[in-house]
Design a protein around this ligand. Structure first.
Ligand code: COA
Length: 148
């Protein structure tokens, strides 16, 4: 059975926070305030996947407001958006749920004339890299750090 993809509602907060804390910590874990901030800043781009009345995944994206004109010209892009956070409950993975969430987000992006999407992937999230490769994302660099 396919999950329903719908906009985030305030009642989803606890489930989304739990998924964030379990699966999306890179350098920092989203807090309840962050999640409220997602909702108040871009409610159209905050989506959940619901299966049997359970939230099994979510995605949040946003329009990138400060992209320099030169970059837009080079990318032949009218507007850029980003995928900020995406997670699917472990036991529901490899059923296409992230793909459904991303595709629905991209429909919303196109409706707002966003034609280019960027995102970052933690190096140890190999599954996520595979997912984005499969969806046609191009790797444009590596984010690196070293202690001095
Ligand atoms: C990455 C993540 C969102 C994928 O969710 P998902 O619902 O399992 O993804 P999908 O089922 O839509 O996967 C689509 C395709 O992506 C690739 N893929 C996804 N997860 C993969 C994995 N662990 N290993 C290899 N390929 C993978 C496969 O090609 C897959 O197609 P297939 O199952 O037919 O082979 C999920 O694993 C997750 O929440 N990971 C932890 C958090 C995270 O990494 N978030 C993204 C950070 S940017």
């Amino acid at each position: 059975m396919d999950p329903a993809i719908r906009r985030y509602e305030k009642n989803d907060g606890v489930a989304v926070l739990e998924l964030s804390q379990k699966y999306t910590s890179w350098d920092s874990t989203p807090t309840e305030a962050d999640i409220q901030g997602f909702y108040s800043s871009e409610p159209d781009f905050f989506l959940v996947a619901e299966l049997n009345r359970r939230i099994v995944g979510f995605i949040f994206g946003r329009e990138s407001k400060n992209v320099p004109d030169e970059v837009l010209r080079r990318w032949r892009s009218a507007k850029v958006g980003s995928v900020e956070i995406l997670a699917v409950e472990e036991r529901y993975r490899r059923r296409g749920i992230a793909t459904l969430l991303l595709n629905r987000l991209f429909i919303g992006f196109r409706e707002r004339r966003i034609d280019t999407v960027t995102l970052s992937v933690p190096a140890d999230e190999r599954g996520a890299k595979e997912l984005y490769d499969k969806l046609g994302f191009e790797t444009r660099g590596y984010f690196m750090k070293k202690r001095l």
